[in-house]
Every structure is written in C-alpha cells, then in structure tokens.
Design a protein around this ligand. Structure first.
Ligand code: NAD
Length: 300
C-alpha cells in the first residue's frame, strides 16, 4: 500500500488527507500550522517536522497550498532551502491539487521532468463538503502515465476524475469553472435579494428558480441567503467554506489567463471587481457566498 506525503492541511487538505487514511494508506503530513497536523495525527497520520521530511521516500506527494508562489517555493526550493524535487525518490509521483496559475504548474512540471520525475496539476472542485465526503472532482493536467498512476489516490478522495490535457491544462479548466461559479454566485445573490425586496420568501423563490431556467449549482448546493439551506456557510455566519480571498485569487488568475489568450470575459471581470471590493471591506476571510450581503440593505 502506498505511502503518501500530504502537505497543506487547511480547509481542503485536512479532510482530503483524512480520506486517504480511511482508505488504508500510510499518510505522512506537514503543515505550517501545528494544530492542523495534530488533527490528522489523531486519525492515524504520521506527523513530519518538515515538508521535505514528509516527502522523502514517499510513493506519492500531494500538495494543497494557497497559491502559485507557495507551490513553486515548496517544489523548487528558495535560496539555500531545498525543494521537494531535490529530496524525493526518482519514482515518486508528484500531484499538486492547489488552484494556481498554469505557468507555475508548467514550470514545476518542466523542472520535475529534468529530474526524471512526473508532476501533475490536479486542482479540485466540490468545496469543503466534497473534500469531507470524498466526492471531489479532480481536473488533471499531465501525461497519460501520471494520470494513470494517480488513480488510486485520487479515487480515495474524489468521485469524478478528468484528464484535461498536458501540464497546466487542469489549472486552465479549473479557473474557467471558478470564473463561471463567481458569476453564478453574484447573479443568484442579486436575484434572491430582488425577490426579497418585493416581499418574496427566499426559500420559496429558491425552490422555484432551482427547477426553472435559472437553476444552478449555487441554488442547489450553496444558497447564499442565510436560513434557506442548512449546513452551508450562509447559515453559519459565512464561516468555513471557500474564502473570498481565494476567489479573488482565482478571478485574478482567470483575468490574467484572458489577457494571455486575448479572450473577452466581461462577466468574469465584473465579478472580479465585485469580489475585490467585497474583500477590501474586510470580508476576505469569510466564505465567498457572503457577496450576498453586497445586495442586502444595510442593517441598522
Ligand atoms: P487554506 O488556507 O485553508 O489551507 C492552506 C494550508 O496550506 C494552510 O493550512 C497553510 O498553513 C498551509 N501552508 C501554506 N504554505 C505552506 C507550506 N509552505 N508548507 C506547508 N503548509 C503550508 O486553503 P484551502 O481552502 O484548503 O485551499 C487550498 C487550495 O485549494 C487553494 O489553492 C484554493 O484555491 C483551492 N480550493 C479551495 C476550495 C475551498 O472550498 N476551500 C475549493 C477548491 C479549491
């Protein structure tokens, strides 16, 4: 059975690593936050004192970090600090599940190949609930062999596993998805608030729109209006879930990708501006469905 090194045990990485343990794999963990490692240790993980210590000798390395700079520093090293590419065994499969820019993913894949290693980008969709339930969607960019080799670990954490193309392709597909998600979340929020402003019950309106032509994932799984659905961030003070700061990061990535390809993305650009301004009002650490409050009347 595989030994997996899992680095980055935040809102997503923690429950993903827990599912590898449940599947009977040996899991070595590392995070900069000690309590995050302790939670996994209680479930049977082996705690390492450094990322390189966790990765050395592992069959598979999985990383789940905030942004491209963290991924590049960790794999490539910085200054005198060694990177993961310097310490892993030559047959170790490297999988980065963070959402980062495609260029950084391609750079790490190229450097890995120079060391004779396979690196695959495999960003995820499905949120923290999908991470906990082991039903994530993995969107992979890499070689056919890396994709095949990754199946056992990805299957232990997810339900739908797609091969989008070569290195970086997973990241491009992922930011297309998140740009669309942000547009849907903003549109759903303004529609719900307009209904409320006209005296409608948001639960009734949500039920109508869910099965009508405006139906979408945010209405089905992640209603932004507090009290409409149980167990979603909007009904828990917008805590947990997917942070506004991370959505701002992803919309920055889609904006840069659009510039590179000269694509026209007016809705994505508008959603980015709305999310940036929401973050600047102190909402960066709240769930991204809190954008709903931008449309609600001010509480007196
Ligand atoms: P998070 O901030 O909760 O977790 C990131 C973790 O990485 C933290 O625990 C942090 O301490 C750790 N970390 C940072 N640098 C490190 C380093 N050098 N070594 C070890 N640990 C390090 O973020 P998250 O919500 O888990 O998201 C992680 C990634 O997944 C992001 O790229 C995000 O865009 C993406 N994502 C998140 C969601 C979601 O719903 N939260 C959904 C899909 C994709």
């Amino acid at each position: 059975m595989s030994t997996v090194a899992f680095i980055g045990l935040g809102n997503m990485g923690g429950p993903m690593a827990a599912n590898l343990l449940k599947a009977g794999m040996t899991v070595r963990v590392f995070d900069l936050v000690h309590t995050a490692m302790q939670t996994l240790a209680e479930q049977g993980a082996l705690v390492s004192s450094t990322a390189c210590g966790a990765a050395a000798g592992a069959n598979v390395v999985i990383t789940m970090l905030p942004a491209g700079k963290h991924v590049k520093n960790l794999y490539l090293g910085s200054g005198s600090e060694k990177g993961l590419l310097d310490v892993v065994a030559s047959d170790t499969l490297l999988i980065d599940c963070s959402t980062i820019d495609a260029q950084s993913a391609q750079l790490v894949a190229t450097q890995a190949a120079k060391n004779g290693l396979e690196f695959m980008d495999a960003p995820v969709s499905g949120g923290t609930s999908g991470a906990a339930a082991g039903t994530l969607t993995f969107i992979c960019g890499g070689s056919d062999t890396a994709f095949e080799r990754a199946q056992p670990v990805l299957n232990a954490m997810g339900k739908n596993i797609f091969h989008a193309g070569g290195p970086g392709a997973g990241q491009i597909a992922k930011i297309c998805n998140n740009m669309l998600l942000s547009v849907l979340m903003v549109g759903t929020s303004e529609a719900l608030q307009m209904g409320i402003d006209h005296g409608l019950d948001p639960k009734v309106l949500s039920n109508i729109m869910k099965v009508s032509s405006g139906g979408n994932w945010t209405l089905e799984k992640y209603n932004p209006c507090p009290g409409v659905m149980e167990n979603v961030p909007s009904s828990k003070g917008y805590q947990g879930g997917f942070m506004v700061d991370l959505m701002v990061k992803d919309l920055g990535l889609s904006f840069e990708a659009a510039l590179l390809s000269n694509s026209s993305t007016p809705m994505g650009a508008l959603a980015r501006s709305l999310y940036v301004s929401h973050a600047r009002q102190g909402n960066g650490h709240r769930d991204f469905s809190s954008i709903f409050e931008q449309f609600a009347p001010l509480k007196k």
